[in-house]
Design a protein around this ligand. Sequence first.
Ligand code: ACO
Length: 350
Amino acid sequence: MRTQILGSGFVTGQNLVTNDQIARMMDTSDAWIRERSGVETRYYVEQGTTTSDLGAGAARKAIEDAGIAKEEIDYIVFATMTPDHYFPGCGGILQDKLGLPHVPALDIRQQCTGFIYGLQISDALLKTEQARTVLLVGAEVHTGFMPWTQWDYLLGRGGEPPTPEEKAVYTSFRDRIVLFGDAGGAVVLRQGEGDKGLLGFQVHSDGANFKDLYVPGAGFARRPYVNEADVREWRHVPEMNGRAVFKLAVGRMPEVVRELCKKQGVPVAEIDLLIAHQANLRINEMVQRALGLSNDRVYNNIQRYGNTTAATIPIALDECRKSGRIQPGNLVCFVGLGSGFHWGAALMRA
Ligand code: ACO
C-alpha cells in the first residue's frame, strides 16, 4: 500500500499584478525582476481575503477532483507562514469553513518546505491508520507584509500615488516584495494498492542561521509582541539576506535530491519530473543543472504566480497532473528549501 494523490486543486488571489504595476510603487523594473527572479506576474488578494479562504478554495477543488464526499476527510494538515491570526492556526478555521466539525486539524510551519513536510506527515498518518483520507493544504497571503497603503493606485483603480519619500521606503524592501504572490494549493491523500504513490522522503532543518530569512518583530521574543517601535522600524516585515538564501538553496536542494534518490535506490537520471519550490527561477535553473536534468524534466511556473511559499508545489503539481505533464508511471520528485531553514525532498511514482 502507498499513499496516493486522489485529487488536487489551487486558487490564487483575485488581482493579477504585473511587474510594471509594482514599479509604480518603488524603484524597480520589469527587466530587473524578470532577469533576477523570472517573475512576470503574481496575484494579490482583495483586502479581507485570508489564507484560510485561499486554503478553503483550493481544498474544495481538490475534493471535487478526488471525486469524494468532503465528509470522507478525516484529517487536515495546513501549512502556512501567513496565518489569518497569530493563534489559532488556519487548520481549525479551514475545517469550519469546509463544514467538517471535529475533524482533527494540524498546523505546520515549515515555510517554503511546508508542503514537503506536510506530505511526510500525511503519509505517516495514513500508513499508521491514524487517518484514512488526509486533506493537505498550503496557502499564503503575503500581501500583509507589503509596506504600502496605496492599494488602489497599485491596482489601477485611481487613488493617490506614493510620495517620493514613501517610494524610497518601499524601495528598501524591493528585493523581497517583487518575489511574492498570494495563493493556495491542496491535495487529497489516501492509501491505495499498487506501485503508484509516495515512495519516500528526506527532510532536514538547521536553525543556526534563521536570521538570514525571518520576521524580527511581531513575536514573543518581545513585550508586547506587537509594539509601535517594531512597526515604526518595519520589524514586522521579513528581513532577508538574499544572496545567502540563494547560495543555500542551490546547494541544499540538489544535495537532498541525491540523498533521497540514493536512499530509495533510484538514479537521479531516472527522475521524469522535478517540481521544485518556486522561489526564484535562477535558483531552479541552477538546481536543474546540478542534477543534470533536461528542460523537459523540470516544471516551473514562478513566471505567473511568483513565490507563493507553501502553495508553490501543490500548484505546480496540480498544473502538471491536469496538463498531462505527469504521465502514469513517471517518477516525480518534489524539492524545496525555506526559512528556518528547512529543506527536503519527496519521491512519488505517478
Ligand atoms: N529591483 C531593482 N533593483 C533591485 C531589486 C529590485 N526588485 N532588488 C534588489 N535590487 C538591487 C540591489 O539593491 C542591488 O543594488 P546595488 O548593486 O546598487 O547595491 C542590486 O539590485 C543587486 O542586488 P542583489 O541582492 O545582489 O541581487 P540578486 O541578484 O541577489 O537578486 C534576489 C536578489 C532576487 C532577492 C535573490 O538574491 C534571491 O532570489 N535570493 C533568494 C530568495 C529566496 O529564495 N528566498 C527564500 C524564499 S522565501 C521563504 O522561504 C519564505
